[in-house]
Design a protein. Sequence first.
Length: 604
Amino acid sequence: MSRPIFSLDNFRHRVAHLEALPQFAVLGVISGLLTGLVILVLRQAIEIPLRYWLPDNDPENFESLSTLSRFLAPLLGTLLIGLIFTYINRDARDVGVPHVLERLNYHQGHFSLKNAASQFVAAVITVVSGQSAGREGPAIHLGAAFSSLFGRRLGLPNNSIRVLVGCGAAAAISASFNTPIAGVIFAMEVIIMEYTIAGFTPVILASVSAAVLTRLVYGADPAFEVPSLSISSLWDIPFTILLGLIFGALSALFIKIVRLFGRLQRFPLMSRALAAGLFTGTLAIFAPQIMGISYDSVNDALAGNGTLQILLLIALAKLIATSLPVGLGIPVSLIGPTLVVGACAGAALGIVGNMLLPQYASEVGLYSMLGMGAMMGATLQAPLAALMAVLELTANPNIILPAMLTIIIANITAHSFFKEPSVFIAMLANQGKKLNDTPLQQALRRAGVSSLMNESFVLYDRSLSRDNLATILDSNPEWIVISIDKQPAYLMPAAELARYLDENPEQQTVIDGAASIEPNSEGTTEKDPLTNEQLCAVDLLNIPAKRLDLVSLPYQATLQEALETLHCSGFEALYIERRVTSTMKSIAGVLTRDDIENFYLHKQ
């Protein structure tokens, strides 16, 4: 079937293929700009209220609040979230990175605008009210959701929707942290969970587009002010290994708390919100530095400011104040807090190292940087994304060598020694969900059914006159779709009909039920005589031939959806439906189980 080169229909058909790099590139740029705008709105929605109500118009100056304000603000914030989420649909409460992973795995990357709105409101309330929260998790959800909604608005196939979700996640990290490389690696490592050329190209362009847009507003400076630090000597390597072990244990503790308090999610939401608010408010009385995003505390740690006691207090309080609400199901973002915990704990360990071995130890700020990467990498189980994030956040290339060692050891410690999964997997487990991401599914999700479907087919009713049989074969189709009551029901190779005609040049086959049964005047029944048309009819379901049961599938579906549909129905073939108008559909092509299996085998 020929399609106009510059048409939306042709664009949809092209992005169903794995090799559609130019089309994916266009989608990446649009997704990056769209996500960048959404993140700018989110950041302004958070920063403007904070500047109005915090002292000195400083959006991170929670420390200057009174003791009562520090206690009440987180408490009222969680209660407000609990109240709002109690009165919205249960399905609209799912937010954050776990929700993104779930939608990708079980819903082909389709998002609801209600969930995105819930995420936006929750993100603003949690940060403005002084919860121990970041903006990165909500940004990822919003970027993925709006990119997905854009793709669905265009009617794009689901394999490209999946790519758009990755683009939105990358652009969100890039716009939030000013870290375009880390955004790309995070999207591929955590969200899409694979590395392909077709995936990298649009994701990179989305990340760059979002970074350019946000730099126009916030500038190009790195998120943190860090002096150019490096390890003083190779004798410092054993200490960096020890740091990896410690941060692996610390991240395992974080995830264990999330899983432990996740058992309480069976209790009413308001009671959980009350508990989270009371706990966070109490901690904020003694450690106000944990309130909000806390990036000012990270800058202090990187600069080597702060005593050992204060740094340990911030690290421990921030860890608990974040992991406990997350475990209770309160929509608190945890990516930013892991950086804060890592920076403060790393600086504290750096002070200890300088006290014990001053002749070998490096500056405290270096260990703070290592702690940021190790804590983030081990908690998220995303070592490469953490390495890139630390490199871009600090703009310090000297960090690469020790950071690689510390981050990998922390990941191994948390995952292999303490047997803890990624915190996002733990959060999904708290909700009774798990990911199902086999290599087969990954491969089949990359392509849409329109990239593999066979368009060489004809559609006919089961009953045909012999004169029409030859007409069927005039266009040399590969398949014949046989309809019953105007509904596609069976798929037959055209070669089978050609063979039948060669073997039976004059034979006719009467269709089943062609002669109706009517009661006669004596009360008995007999068959009506067959008409000439019925006598000359050939039933395509009665001739000896191979026939496959058919089930329908939307044009936007991926090959994974196609295989799952075949498994669930027990059928062997699909007809692909494309919507022509709001009330009318047409058959765009056919697809068999053998086609899908051959695709997977040849792509490996």
